[in-house]
Design a protein around this ligand. Structure first.
Ligand code: 7JD
Ligand code: MG
Length: 214
């Protein structure tokens, strides 16, 4: 049977990237998506904004909602000190299987824990199952209809602290209007928009950075 796009993306990583070299994995995926097949990775333009937010924050505890093939997982994990931990949640088993191999190819499996399942099922279990008190940084990149309910769920579960940074992908395309309205109007957040483009295209998209004020 025909291979899947994530399988073809992994094949390109194995062919063109060097094992243990996260930057070569990032470049191989960007090249594949520009020249072979578009895929919904954050990409190099928005990825550079993600890099700058992570580098400035130096987070110890990171949560990523939506792994897909692990492109942003690799982008974030390569910037973390070895003691730091990134937990990434992926609902789709096929995506998770590819992401594990991409993360391993980059040599970053020691600081990444990929969990398969629904965000709403795992967020309430972060403390007792992973020994997490609060997250320093949360990257939202899963499903637009889950950004707002999962953010409220993280608040209710006490997973956010004064200064926790939420960074949301795709706030313009596909768009998350209910989430934007919430973080931009809530007194519990200081929010700002980073204008950019939909990965590998000229369409507008952007990232919303929101600091939880407690
Ligand atoms: O569903 C998505 N989850 C996470 N990230 C996405 C992302 O960066 C882009 C898109 C997307 C954007 C335009 C389009 F025509 C088709 C799909 C979807 C997701
Ligand atoms: Mg995205």
């Amino acid at each position: 049977t025909r291979s899947t796009r994530p399988q073809r993306l992994l094949k390109a990583v194995r062919k063109h990237a060097a094992r243990g070299d996260p930057q070569s994995v990032i470049s191989a995926i960007d090249h594949f998506c520009r020249h072979s097949e578009w895929a919904m990775n954050i990409g190099d333009e928005k990825g550079s904004i993600l890099d700058s937010v992570v580098s400035e924050l130096n987070p110890e505890k990171v949560l990523e909602l939506g792994t897909y093939c692990g492109y942003s997982t690799v982008r974030i994990a390569r910037l973390l000190p070895p003691g730091a931990r990134l937990i990434t949640l992926e609902f789709n088993a096929g995506y998770a299987a590819i992401a594990r191999q991409v993360i391993a190819w980059a040599g970053l499996e020691d600081r990444v824990q990929l969990v398969e399942g629904a965000s709403e099922d795992w967020i309430p279990r972060m403390k007792e199952h992973f020994g997490i008190e609060t997250f320093d940084f949360v990257f939202l990149d899963h499903w637009k209809d889950r950004y707002l309910p999962d953010t409220k769920l993280m608040e209710d579960c006490g997973l956010l602290r004064k200064g926790t940074v939420l960074l949301a992908d795709n706030v313009i395309c596909p768009g998350v209007p209910d989430y934007l309205q919430y973080v931009r109007n809530s007194l519990s957040y200081k929010s700002c928009y980073f204008k950019s483009h939909l990965e590998y295209t000229k369409a507008e998209d952007g990232l919303e950075k929101s600091v939880f004020l407690g």
